[in-house]
Write a protein that binds this ligand. Structure first.
Ligand code: GUN
Length: 288
């Protein structure tokens, strides 16, 4: 048996079209154009690609895109000043500071300075706390993308055994909160988990967000399970080029799983689509 491949690229395109329609309605009914500001500090090549894609897709959705590219030597004080100016700018409804930041800048200080109402990444403690306590929140984009993809297979996630591998603030913890809110029985596995393969084999829904290329082997997957692979790892191919692989050994896991997301073309495209959705939602609330 070979697993159903969950087409994140197509699902993300559908979501972007929905957002674009929402943006057009908001313009027509209220004369408001949502604006997203993206701040990139330094020259990290992967980040530069993400930022370029974000800018393009923001404009395609009918929103205003404001890009701020700062030198890698920018001081923390100067970055915080920029964030405060964006907080005060009525044309800016969403603010995203691309991570990782250069080592001399404390990401927590930056995230803490973003107005929670404009925190379209959902990283501010106010939004993390609201998510954890079941209040309306701006929710991190990649975790929302994971849940949307899981629901393609299981429209109702109630009662499923979900195992999340990884406990980052950006993916692992918020995806666990979202799955709990969807009535899953949630286990978070991490680098100190004992018998992690056995824990994974319990999962009806396995979410891999560890950032280790192909760590999760086919034998870790319960037959018929749904596998959501958040990893995007660049590894050297034999011929000197690089290829992208997930945190799951795809060719093994697809023989066992019921459904699985590919890398690339799975969770990746969902992140920007959910970012655009958050920007529209933040704009509506700011004008609510
Ligand atoms: N770097 C990699 N993914 C993300 C993301 O979702 N948001 C931000 N701000 N930085 C990132």
């Amino acid at each position: 048996m070979s697993a159903r491949i969950i087409d994140g690229k197509a699902i993300a395109a559908g979501l972007r079209a929905e957002v674009a329609a929402g943006v057009a309605r908001l313009k027509e009914s209220h004369g408001i154009t949502p604006g997203l500001a993206v701040v990139l500090v330094g020259e990290d090549p992967a980040s530069a690609v993400y930022v370029r894609n974000k800018g393009r897709q923001t404009v395609e959705a009918g929103m205003a895109s404001f890009e701020h590219r700062l030198d890698a030597s920018t001081s923390q004080a100067a970055l915080l000043d920029l964030v405060r100016r964006l907080n005060d700018d009525p044309a800016v409804n969403g603010i995203l500071v691309q991570l990782p930041l250069p080592g001399h800048i404390d990401p927590a200080a930056v995230i803490d300075t973003i107005d929670p109402a404009k925190d379209v990444d959902g990283f501010h403690v106010v939004n993390a706390g609201r998510l954890a306590t079941g209040l309306p929140a701006l929710v991190p984009c990649t975790p929302v993308g994971c849940v949307i993809l899981a629901k393609q297979v299981h429209p109702d996630l109630t009662g499923l055994e979900a195992v999340v591998v990884g406990r980052s603030n950006i993916v692992g913890k918020p995806v666990a909160q979202l799955l709990l809110a969807e009535n899953c029985t949630v286990t978070i596995a991490h680098s100190r988990t004992r018998a992690v393969a056995d824990v994974c084999r319990r999962a009806d829904l396995l979410v891999a967000a560890v950032g280790r290329p192909e760590m999760i082997r086919g034998g870790w997957v319960k037959p018929g399970a749904t596998v959501i692979d958040v990893g995007i790892n660049r590894v050297a191919a034999g011929d000197g080029t690089a290829r992208l692989v997930g945190d799951v050994a795809f060719d093994e896991a697809r023989q066992v799983a019921g459904a699985i997301t590919p890398v690339p073309g799975g969770v990746g495209p969902m992140t920007i689509a959910c970012l655009l959705r958050n920007t529209l939602e933040a704009t509506r609330r700011q004008h609510g």
